[in-house]
Design a protein around this ligand. Structure first.
Ligand code: NAD
Ligand code: LMR
Length: 334
């Protein structure tokens, strides 16, 4: 890419609540850097075009120099044409009392259509982040219908879970979130996910200690903490009567920024990525794993400690993803 040339970034569900926060952060350079100009491709469905018109007025009114233009459309062909990065947000959110997988039959076909469109129209090195739920399985379906794009280019968002876990640990210790490193989310962005602090550390100037030793309360760490992170999305819905949006947009920014710019030495982040059999996870699922990133390529971090307690949790969330995969393929083939 020539220096100074804008990149094309698609946001689907552009009239929705997550996109409302996300678009301004992309436009401000929070994802691709303060030197990288962007052309925004904004996709939504016909009934949302009025709202999207208002969003576009606000993009103008932001008066941000990195925005070199935008495309507002209901057509996947236009939305995905030549894009370098894709935030696939557009999908139905769950309501109180639902699990995310209850959205599968309503949402998975969106990702079939968008996979086909990415396959035909996007750049072959496009980086795809699926936010719409159930995110892991939607990402898998999207990749399945885009066979000309490497499977490594399709990811699902579990960064919100990572941020939640990091924040909960920091709060418990009375520290800043930046002191808590390498919390890992394993598996599905669902209530079977395993937020793992066995391999996480607390870093203070001149010292580093494991989160486990710092908290020194295995009962809390192995029970309440895990449950709280697993059910945090539902707790936000119960309180707000709408699903998380501000924190989801920030997590999408964190995920794509790190994919674009890399992780620092010795640290990793969690992303739903195509599994290769590492840690005994069945191959070919989009499963959240610890990854380090350089040159815009992620690599699964190897050699982390997996206790029997952790292994059971890794297997349980893999089982759910296998079931979701089967159901999603059946819906797409129907
Ligand atoms: P929202 O209802 O506010 O917005 C969704 C938007 O998508 C709407 O504007 C809708 O018109 C649009 N849309 C629907 N079908 C579309 C299609 N085929 N193509 C393009 N756009 C389409 O919802 P939201 O709060 O922005 O949430 C969006 C999704 O993100 C939901 O599925 C939600 O569950 C999920 N989510 C995931 C995470 C995560 O951590 N992975 C976090 C929060 C929310
Ligand atoms: C979240 O984790 O907040 C989102 O996935 C929304 C939801 O349905 O919980």
């Amino acid at each position: 890419m020539a220096e100074g040339e804008p990149i094309r970034v698609v946001v689907t569900g552009a009239a929705g609540q997550i996109a409302y926060s996300l678009i301004s952060m992309i436009a401000n350079g929070d994802v691709f850097g303060k030197e990288q100009s962007v052309i925004l491709h904004l996709l939504d469905i016909p009934p949302a075009m009025g709202v999207l018109e208002g969003v576009c007025m606000e993009i103008d009114d932001l008066a941000l120099p990195l925005v070199k233009g935008y495309v507002k459309t209901t057509e996947p062909e236009l939305a995905f044409k030549d894009v370098d990065a894709a935030f696939l947000v557009g999908a139905m959110p769950r309501r109180e009392g639902m699990e995310r997988k209850d959205l599968l039959s309503a949402n998975v076909k969106i990702f079939k259509v968008q996979g086909e469109a990415l396959n035909k129209y996007a750049k072959k090195d496009v980086k795809v982040l699926v936010v719409g739920n159930p995110a892991n399985t939607n990402a898998l379906i999207c990749s399945f219908y885009a066979p000309s794009i490497p499977k490594e280019n399709f990811t699902a968002m579990t960064r919100l879970d990572q941020n939640r876990a990091q924040s909960a640990i920091a709060k418990r210790l009375g520290l800043c979130v930046s002191n808590v490193k390498n919390v890992t989310i394993w598996g599905n962005h669902s209530s079977t996910q395993f937020p793992d602090v066995f391999n996480a550390s607390v870093k203070l100037p001149g010292s580093s200690k494991s989160v486990y030793d710092s908290i020194n309360d295995s009962q809390w760490l192995e029970s309440d903490f895990i449950k709280t992170i697993q059910t945090r999305g539902a707790a936000v819905i119960q309180a707000r009567k709408m699903s998380s949006a501000m924190s989801a947009a920030k997590a999408a920014v964190d995920h794509m920024r790190d994919w674009w710019s890399g992780t620092s030495e010795g640290s990793w982040v969690s992303m739903g990525v195509i599994s290769d059999g590492s840690y005994g996870v069945p191959k070919g699922l989009i499963y959240s794993l610890p990854v380090s990133i350089s040159n815009k390529q992620w690599k699964i971090v190897q050699g982390l400690k997996i206790t029997d307690f952790a292994k059971n949790k890794l297997d349980l969330t893999a089982k759910e993803l296998l079931e979701e995969k089967e159901e999603a393929m059946a819906v797409c083939n129907a």
